[in-house]
Design a protein around this ligand. Structure first.
Ligand code: DGL
Length: 284
């Protein structure tokens, strides 16, 4: 019987999604893969992100996972359908749950989305929101400088405040009432973002919404782990960065343990041609 939930991200950011999964589904066994050797994904092309996503998913499939969570917003935006087509387990990304929550909460249907360049340029959030509410107005803003600021731990630094003000300036003139935090790193900036957008606007944490969606699917498919935890959550990375555990603990909200660096290049060689090539799957 398939057991753990697999989660992948381009690196460390997906730990914000793991944090929500642990809160909501404490009995589930979690296996995480952070592709720290190839981060960032948010600056890369659709083709490359799809290829990486397929490789990351195949790494996790070795652990007999029952469901895959694509914690990375950039990979969810550009590779979700490719993954769903090629895997025979449920695959849940962060975009659809985030878009759904925004539509549910927004009164004036004017919704802002911030994320990496890949996420915003893909138009994935906008497409999902418009699928649910065709007359919604969606204003997207790429914020590429925020990922390094968060990893540096500058969560409420004046540099971060200025950067946020600049990125959000035009959007604030658009009378949005809801803002989607469309990147794994942004939940850590929630207090700083609040200072810029004020207390009235709804802030949507896509990771939190995704944890709810995962729980719903597990319940519906009768796949909840009723035996309780049988393994300690495991965190694989493709490169160990200095301070990885320290930075990761900040994202996870608790000490990050049980980290293992794997030789991902070796894994890819072994995998050979078993991974469907993204070029054959992705529809440009
Ligand atoms: N995890 C990525 C995302 O949510 C951010 C970091 C990156 O660019 O890879 O889009």
């Amino acid at each position: 019987m398939k057991d753990p939930i697999g989660i992948f991200d381009s690196g460390i950011g997906g730990l914000t999604v793991v944090k929500e999964l642990i809160k909501l589904l404490p009995d589930e066994n979690l296996i995480y893969f952070g592709d720290t050797a190839r981060i960032p994904y948010g600056t890369k092309s659709k083709r490359l992100i799809q290829q990486y996503a397929l490789e990351d998913a195949n790494f996790l499939l070795q652990y007999n996972i029952k469901l895959l969570v694509v914690a990375c917003n950039s990979a969810s935006s550009l590779a979700l359908s490719v993954l769903q087509e090629s895997l025979d387990i449920p695959v849940i990304g962060v975009v659809i749950p985030g878009a759904q929550a925004a539509v549910d909460l927004s009164k004036n249907k004017r919704i802002g989305v911030i994320g990496t360049t890949a996420t915003i340029n893909s138009g994935a959030y906008s497409a999902q929101i418009k699928r649910l509410t065709p007359d919604a107005k969606v204003i997207g803003q790429p914020c590429p400088l925020l990922v390094p600021l968060v990893e540096e731990g500058w969560l409420d630094d004046y540099v971060t405040q200025l950067t946020l003000k600049k990125y959000l300036h035009d959007m604030m003139r658009e009378d949005i009432d809801t803002l989607i935090l469309g990147c794994t790193h942004y939940p850590l900036l929630e207090p700083a973002i609040r200072k810029v957008v004020g207390s009235e606007k709804h802030l949507i944490d896509s990771g939190r919404e995704t944890a709810k969606a995962v729980k719903e699917v597990l319940m519906k498919e009768d796949m909840l782990n009723l035996k309780g935890k049988t393994i300690q959550n495991k965190f694989f990375v493709s490169d160990i960065q200095e301070k990885f555990a320290e930075v990761g603990s900040r994202f996870l909200g608790q000490p990050l343990q049980n980290i293992e660096r794997i030789d991902f290049e070796q894994f890819l060689i072994q995998l050979g041609t078993n991974v469907p090539c993204a070029e054959n799957l992705g529809k440009e």
